[in-house]
Design a protein around this ligand. Structure first.
Ligand SMILES: *[C@@H]1O[C@H](CO)[C@@H](O)[C@H](O)[C@H]1NC(C)=O
Ligand SMILES: *[C@@H]1O[C@H](CO)[C@@H](O)[C@H](O)[C@H]1NC(C)=O
Ligand SMILES: *[C@@H]1O[C@H](CO)[C@@H](O)[C@H](O)[C@H]1NC(C)=O
Ligand SMILES: [Fe+2]
Length: 450
């Protein structure tokens, strides 16, 4: 039985690799593939991976450290201590020596009976690009951290994955991410799956700390971040906004709201737009006005790639969450199309799906490539029911955990690769070149009327 299944799996895999490489050579939607891969059952320990904080005996040891870019050459360091500690980050380019420092702010929040630790953040810089810095937090000698700043030119390597949670699957995904180098991680929502139980935000923070303290992790919110409780906790995103502050007040078009923002990387060669699926997006909303402003400032003569992230997918042939992104798509799709956004990455659906270039429901050579990458590994499991037949605009779909990588190699070419999380091994199961629409004479037009 077991042998039979594994040999049919490897045959399926061979077919899949063939199909995937064919898909990258042909115009995107000429082939619709539903992967025949069948996942093994989860391991017994897969559903719970709560991380203790028993190393923090003195209440002063920094934990849950993560970093995020602020403008072209600064970094925000965020960390938590159980007890009072100074919001200072000391840093330098040699391990053990911290000639530079910056002091920031400390905040706390309460949620029903839970009271958070001290959440500190400080912005350091200016920093040199593509350089390793060593740092410590709250002047605490117990933990030294290091990160590498992103490069100021192409090539630039993103990891993209949503709907993480904190399970054995998440652990496996994190291990695969750590196994190959990257410059920045983009997360299209649903981080901890704390789901109102606040200590789970802390255990999630500890789980991702080894990676998130070493490379910038840029996030936007999903539905699991809302955490509103009728009458008791009426302010949405309380934990998320306190713990995952993003650079909404920096850059060329500050949004003024942590739920949506944008930034440039690689010296402006790539513009990244983090949209908010769970705050107003209709015409006349603050987010809609900000997006128009943000896109109006994009100069495609200078910006080789524009990518956007949302939580609820605008295109989706999985039966899970059908239609949930439609209203946002109707409100914003034309704006993205106007500046020829190259790709849109979504989470929410716990599976992988890649579409052709699409606009207004149809294949369109000047529309974005849509990708659903909500497959980080959370405890709700996979979404494995699809609409049949597979729509022609859907190029490849598979219900597995995994992560994606977008390597922008130069001003015209970016390589998108999906790594299936095959428990112990990361297997490349889908790969396609995405070419810049700014470099496409047929799609290029000067600033659109918006
Ligand atoms: C501390 O927070 C205040 C209010 O949000 C802000 O104006 C100030 O710039 C922050 N200071 C630092 C050093 O980050
Ligand atoms: C970053 O630095 C490494 C090692 O010094 C070098 O090999 C790489 O080319 C640099 N990347 C960029 C984009 O400058
Ligand atoms: C950009 O990268 C692609 C893929 O590696 C390559 O075919 C192309 O020649 C490169 N363009 C330039 C200008 O180097
Ligand atoms: Fe979600």
């Amino acid at each position: 039985m077991a042998t039979g299944r594994s040999s049919s799996n490897s045959m399926a895999l061979a077919l899949l690799v063939l199909a995937a490489s064919a898909a990258s050579l042909l115009p995107a939607a000429s082939l619709s593939v539903t992967s025949p891969y069948v996942r093994p059952a989860p391991r017994p320990d897969a559903l719970s991976l709560l991380q203790d904080d028993d190393d923090d005996d003195d209440g002063q040891t920094p934990q849950q450290v993560h970093i995020s870019v602020v403008g072209p050459d600064k970094m925000r360091v965020t960390w938590i201590t159980d007890d009072d500690a100074p919001a200072i980050v000391e840093y330098g380019t040699t391990s053990g020596q911290y000639p530079l420092s910056a002091t920031g702010n400390t905040t706390t929040y309460s949620y029903v009976l839970y009271k958070s630790g001290n959440i500190h953040d400080a912005v350091i810089g200016p920093l040199k690009p593509n350089t390793t810095y060593y740092y410590r937090c709250s002047s605490n000698p117990k933990r030294e951290f290091s990160f590498r700043t992103p490069p100021a030119t192409l090539p630039f390597k993103f990891v993209i994955v949503g709907d993480f949670g904190q399970t054995g699957w998440t652990e496996s995904t994190l291990k695969h991410i750590a196994a190959a180098d990257y410059d920045m991680l983009l997360l299209p929502g649903d981080l901890s799956y704390a789901d109102f139980i606040q200590p789970r935000w802390d255990s999630y923070g500890r789980l991702v700390d080894p990676l998130a303290s070493a490379r910038p992790w840029m996030v936007t919110e999903g539905n699991h971040e809302i955490e509103k409780l009728p009458l008791v906790e009426t302010e949405p995103f309380k934990a998320y906004n306190a713990r995952w502050r993003m650079p909404y007040d920096a850059g060329a078009s500050p949004s003024g709201d942590n739920l949506y923002y944008s930034f440039d990387v690689a010296g402006g060669a790539v513009h990244v737009i983090m949209l908010g699926s769970y705050t107003d997006y209709d015409t006349g909303s603050a987010q809609h006005s900000w997006l128009r402003r943000d896109l109006a400032a994009v100069d495609r003569g200078r910006t080789a790639f524009v990518v956007a992230l949302v939580h609820a997918p605008w295109y989706n042939s999985n039966r899970a969450h059908q239609g949930e992104g439609d209203a946002m798509r109707d409100a914003m799709e034309a704006l993205l199309y106007g500046v020829r956004v190259d790709a849109v990455f979504a989470g929410h659906v716990h599976a992988y799906e890649r579409f052709a270039r699409v606009y207004a429901g149809k294949e369109d050579p000047c529309g974005p490539v849509y990708v659903t990458i909500g497959d980080g590994g959370n405890r709700e499991g996979l979404a494995d029911k699809y609409i049949d037949p597979q729509p022609a605009i859907s190029a490849f779909r598979e219900a597995s955990f995994g992560h994606g990588r977008l390597e922008v190699v130069n001003a015209t070419h970016a390589l998108w690769t999906w790594h299936r999380n095959d428990d112990d091994e990361a297997v490349v199961a889908d790969q396609v070149w995405i070419t810049s629409l700014a470099a496409s004479p047929a799609c290029h037009r000067s600033k659109s009327k918006m």
